[in-house]
Design a protein around this ligand. Structure first.
Ligand code: SF4
Ligand code: SF4
Length: 437
């Protein structure tokens, strides 16, 4: 490993990350990019700023130049010949700025790349290297540390959560006129263990009420754990596999402890991707129980007739923002539109949509990285324009991370829309009581 010997211990560790992952997948994606630049127009950062550093192919090159410099025979001897680059101060600074601050790992570029280069996978690998250098942006790292140390990313004490859920249960009983309606807490042997995004009990309790009302209408057997419920996994976004595995593992242990049959994930794009799709890789085995998004469950309720909806109860025009991690990376594509088309009388798609949808700008941990706030909002203008063009008064999105970003875009770009989860729109359209016929 010529050249590595001279580096500081943390830079050596960063390069070891690359070295240890030099298997087929990484090598394929590192070596496949032909620098055609076709992916430029898929990236909201490049579209907004026109800065060539933001072209996805150039982000790939940031990593592959290091590979060439330290792990290719020619790059070790003649680095300039193969466009290799040292892991020096300037390189590291640019990597932090572009790969943390100029990429949401949304994957839109990969869909548009004719070779299928997995740009988010490479960006995440580079983030792991930067983690070894202690360069994860402070806000993102502190969100992870809070999750690891307190059990949830907002450090909500258990008593505060229980108080919130108890008053939501009271409200539910009043709303449905049934004293037996419940939000079951820490109950063993239920069919579903439901998770929450900590932002829900803290700032958006109505999205919990909405799910509770839907569960009530469906007669579901479910519970929430009051000490292990956080669906988010910011360590997945920082590239910290060990912490990410630990966070996902806690939820899995809780499923077993409470003897639930299924793990039901709240509306959270990256949490869904991390737990449902990355978890089996981290654990080296498949889950012994189904793991599904609450959006999939609601779609099933509607399809089977277990709940009934009256779309006239949502009369205003509704559009849908597709969270990248749930849709492009997670494969939950049609369920939310199937449900919204039946829960709202004027549901319209934004364009483009589904796997071609633009990132809202808040993914990849951007919302926790205050230093890139202006860039996040400016790059989000593309999403704001998409929403405006629909003429919708309400935007549904099955992801609390996207909700936060859309709320900020709503304010800055004066969109004058309401932002809701899919469950909230469904709960507003629920028809309770016995089915006729
Ligand atoms: S990532 Fe794909 S589309 Fe982009 S420059 Fe490389 S080969 Fe071309
Ligand atoms: S993953 Fe998204 S943000 Fe990152 S380079 Fe690709 S299109 Fe741009």
């Amino acid at each position: 490993m010529a050249g590595i010997k001279m580096l500081s211990p943390d830079r050596k560790r960063a390069l070891r990350v690359l070295e240890n992952r030099l298997g087929g997948r990484l090598l394929t994606h590192l070596n496949s990019c032909v620098h055609c630049g076709l992916c430029g127009k898929s990236c909201h950062y490049y579209l907004k700023y026109g800065d060539p550093r933001f072209i996805p192919g150039n982000k790939v090159d940031q990593i592959s130049r290091l590979y060439r410099r330290y792990f290719s025979p020619l790059g070790r001897i003649l680095p300039a010949w193969v466009g290799a680059r040292d892991l020096d101060e300037e390189t590291i600074e640019e990597m932090v700025d572009v790969l943390f601050g100029g990429c949401t790992m949304c994957g839109r570029c990969s869909v548009h790349c004719s070779i299928g280069v997995d740009v988010p996978f490479l960006v995440r690998t580079a983030r792991t290297m930067l983690m070894e250098l202690g360069l994860v942006p402070k806000g993102l790292q502190s969100t992870i540390d809070t999750s690891v140390n307190t059990g949830n990313n907002m450090a909500i004490p258990q008593k505060e959560l229980v108080d919130t859920l108890e008053w939501l249960e009271e409200d539910l009983r009043m709303e449905v006129g049934d004293e037996s309606a419940a939000i079951p807490l820490d109950k063993a042997g239920q069919r579903l263990l439901y998770t929450l995004n900590p932002r829900e009990p803290k700032f958006f309790p109505l999205s919990i009420s909405a799910v509770a009302k839907i569960m009530y209408a469906a007669g579901e057997s479910w519970t929430i754990s009051t000490h292990c419920y956080d669906v988010t996994n910011y360590a997945f976004l920082s590239g910290d596999d060990e912490a990410a595995r630990g966070l996902a593992g806690r939820l899995c242990d809780e499923v077993m402890k409470l003897k639930a049959e299924q793990l039901l994930l709240a509306e959270c794009g990256h949490g869904f991707r991390a737990i449902r799709w990355e978890g089996p890789t981290w654990f080296g085995k498949a889950y012994p129980y189904p793991v599904l998004s609450v959006v999939e469950l609601i779609a099933e309720y509607v399809r089977s007739g277990l709940i009934r909806l009256d779309p006239s109860l949502n009369a205003e025009r509704v559009t849908l923002h597709d969270p990248c991690n749930l849709v492009r990376a997670g494969g939950v594509i049609e369920e939310q539109r199937y449900v919204l088309a039946r829960a709202a009388s004027d549901f319209v798609e934004m364009s483009p949509n589904r796997v071609d949808n633009y990132c809202c700008g808040g993914g990849g941990g951007q919302l926790s990285m205050g230093e890139y706030r202006d860039r996040r909002i400016e790059a989000g203008e593309i999403k704001a324009d998409q929403i405006r063009r629909t003429g919708a008064r309400m935007v549904a999105t099955p992801c609390h991370n996207c909700i936060d970003q859309l709320m900020e875009l709503n304010q800055v770009y004066e969109l004058n829309v309401e932002i809701k989860t899919v469950a909230e729109i469904v709960a507003d359209a629920l028809v309770l009581g016995k089915q006729e016929n």
